[in-house]
Design a protein around this ligand. Structure first.
Ligand SMILES: [Zn+2]
Length: 275
């Protein structure tokens, strides 16, 4: 399959033949035997060759043994139980304008003409750029969180189905959050951190201090309880999430195992440009 590991020849019946690998990635440092799967992927800026590599994930040392609950919101990327609010990344908003512009350009060009094809390509590239930035952002945050904490609790959003009517803002956040979760589980293994997904039901209504239910609408940004507890709404939810995870600790501990993690590693390790 590889002569010098700078080329790859496909021997299946698709008659692709030999392609040259570009880029400065480190696939050649892996023995050919450890490569389990190869696939070609077409992206807006070229063809990529993905390798799924079977390797031991080296564990790293954690820098702290904290316990952290994370609440996803619209206002922030996440809010944690210690009162920190992680801002939503700016690049989305910045890119949005450029993307919209590029999209309009497509329709200005005549159908079926080269210029239109080019415009479409520029548009796709802008999208690709954002999705890469988003992925990097999620990865960076997840790494920080897992590195400093022994227990990380987050909401199991599949359970919640999320609030229905937030349209675009939410859909953007959803993607980012799903990515973030994947990376959380990946880094949890690396840093030997326990990550727990809890059912987020009532986490925003319940008082994290006394357990009373304090009804509030989405626009109420502060949690105010009769017991005297008064904190930011998302912080309150994050504390509840952490408490739920701690209550559940012991039974069904880590979610940080499974196939998802392995494939994630493979795909991210080796994205090589091929021509
Ligand atoms: Zn209370």
């Amino acid at each position: 399959m590889h002569p010098t590991k700078r080329c790859i020849t496909f021997t299946d019946k698709k008659s692709i033949g030999e392609v040259k690998l570009l880029g400065k990635w480190d696939i050649h440092t892996y023995p050919v035997k450890s490569i389990k799967r190869v696939r070609l992927v077409r992206k807006a800026d070229g063809y990529y060759c993905q390798f799924a590599v079977d390797v031991e994930v080296k564990s790293e040392h954690r820098t702290g043994d904290g316990e952290l609950g994370l609440d996803v919101g619209l206002e922030f990327f996440y809010s944690d139980s210690s009162g920190h609010h992680q801002e939503n990344p700016r690049f989305l908003r910045k890119a949005e304008k450029a993307i919209k512009h590029a999209q309009r350009q497509i329709y200005k060009k005549e159908k079926g003409k080269n210029n239109r094809r080019k415009a479409r390509r520029r548009y796709a590239k802008k999208h690709l750029r954002v999705s890469r930035q988003r992925s990097e952002h999620a990865k960076r945050l997840a790494r920080c969180v897992c590195k400093a904490n022994a227990l990380v609790a987050y909401e199991d959003l599949n359970v919640k189905g999320m609030v229905k009517n937030h349209r675009l803002a939410k859909s953007i956040n959803d993607v980012a959050w799903t990515l973030f979760r994947c990376w959380l589980e990946y880094f949890a293994r690396k840093f030997n951190t326990t990550v727990v997904a809890v059912n987020p039901r009532m986490t925003s209504q319940k008082c994290s201090d006394c357990g009373a239910i304090v009804k509030k609408s989405l626009s109420t940004r502060t949690h105010k309880c009769n017991c005297g507890c008064e904190i930011q709404r998302d912080t309150n939810a994050a504390i509840n999430i952490l408490n739920l995870a701690k209550a559940r600790d012991g039974q069904s501990r880590s979610n940080a195992t499974g196939v998802g993690t392995a494939t994630l590693l493979g795909a991210s390790l080796v994205e090589q440009v091929a021509t």
